[in-house]
Design a protein around this ligand. Structure first.
Ligand code: ADP
Ligand code: MG
Length: 326
């Protein structure tokens, strides 16, 4: 199969909303008048961001999902994406599965593949997404104010528990492993929530490297600190609500650690004024995802962890850093 057959067979779909898609030297995009383009890239490398055993359809989903998650964090509506792909060889079953997973998620979000690049090499997937947001309405990391509530969407920590299980560092009952594995391999980008939070959230970030680290970026950009209820975060671990959970052998400290520093969650963490609690809950309901209040911002820099009773917790937790110590 030639490079061009590969592109034509697996990565060319008619575009409806973009003026020009795959096949010319550039794609053409037309954001609506008064809108800003929101642009983000995320790269996935075998061994670093995914395991070689992952089903190709799930990999196609995840490669786009992590990018849509960045648009969600900005409150931007997905428009289009490009795909730069390095492949060791052109294997039709792999390409068919990968493109099926990719386009299923793309179509669900009305996000069109408009171009890319294809080369031979170690498996590496780089997607750039383009979204649109009314000028000045993007959710930024820098907008939080002292005294805002801190919220997270959905579930935290399960992807990390799956990774630990894959690495043989933890054993999980089958039902819990499958639940956690789906969270790790098929994250749900919170695009509808990001849109619903425009004008409500004061700041937002998506959770890729772990809650404390990613929330830390919001706090730093906003010149603030926060007090976070570690048990409210731990209550967001999906498997904690499963009937088989007792068999997982996870104590409160392990649950807190996964929720606070697990990574690969692709949920949103955001801040909003306490006066807007009802509106935040309504935005979550409208977007079909639970939102949980886990603390509040404070003028004093740093994150102070407390337990459910409000007692201070000392925990040494590092978020994921590709160039930090392992
Ligand atoms: P050029 O040489 O001008 O960079 P290419 O020969 O690399 O163009 O690609 C031909 C066309 O196919 C371009 O429109 C490019 O955007 C598109 N394309 C290449 N690889 C991919 C891919 N993996 N997914 C989608 N479109 C792709
Ligand atoms: Mg090229």
């Amino acid at each position: 199969m030639s490079e061009f057959d590969l592109i034509a067979n697996y990565f060319t779909r008619p575009v409806r909303r973009s003026p020009l898609g795959v096949g010319d030297d550039c794609a053409l995009l037309a954001p609506a008048p008064g809108m800003q383009l929101a642009v983000s890239s995320d790269m996935l490398l075998e061994g670093r961001h995914f395991l070689s055993t992952v089903e190709p359809a799930r990999l196609g989903h995840k490669a786009l999902a992590v990018n849509l998650s960045d648009l969600a964090a900005c409150g931007a509506k997905p428009l289009a994406f490009t795909l730069a792909l390095a492949l060791p060889s052109a294997e039709p079953p792999w390409l068919a599965g990968f493109s099926r997973g990719l386009f299923a998620l793309a179509e669900a979000h009305g996000c069109e593949l408009v171009g890319g690049d294809t080369t031979r090499g170690p498996l590496n997937i780089c997607i750039t997404v383009f979204g649109e947001v009314p000028a000045g309405a993007a959710l930024l990391r820098s907008g939080a104010r002292a005294g805002d509530d801190v919220w997270v969407s959905g579930t935290l920590g399960d992807a990390r528990l799956a990774l630990d299980a894959f690495r043989g560092q933890r054993s999980l009952p089958t039902a819990l492993f499958e639940l956690a594995r789906a969270r790790m391999e098929m994250p749900t980008p919170r695009v509808a929530l990001g849109l619903a939070l425009r004008g409500i959230a004061s700041a937002a970030v998506d959770l890729s490297d772990g809650l404390l680290g990613d929330l830390g970026h919001v706090l730093q950009a906003s010149g603030l600190g926060a007090r976070i209820d570690a048990d409210a975060a731990a209550a967001c671990v999906a498997m904690a609500a499963h009937p088989d959970f007792a068999q997982a052998g996870l104590d409160a400290a392990a649950l807190r650690a996964c929720a606070l520093a697990g990574g690969d969650d692709y949920e949103l963490a955001f801040t909003a004024a306490p006066a807007l609690r009802e509106q935040v809950l309504k935005a979550g309901a409208q977007a079909g995802v639970a939102v949980h209040r886990i603390g509040s911002t404070e003028a004093q820099p740093g994150i102070r962890l407390v337990d459910a009773a409000g007692a201070p917790l000392e925990m040494a937790l590092a978020s994921f850093d590709h160039f930090g110590a392992a």
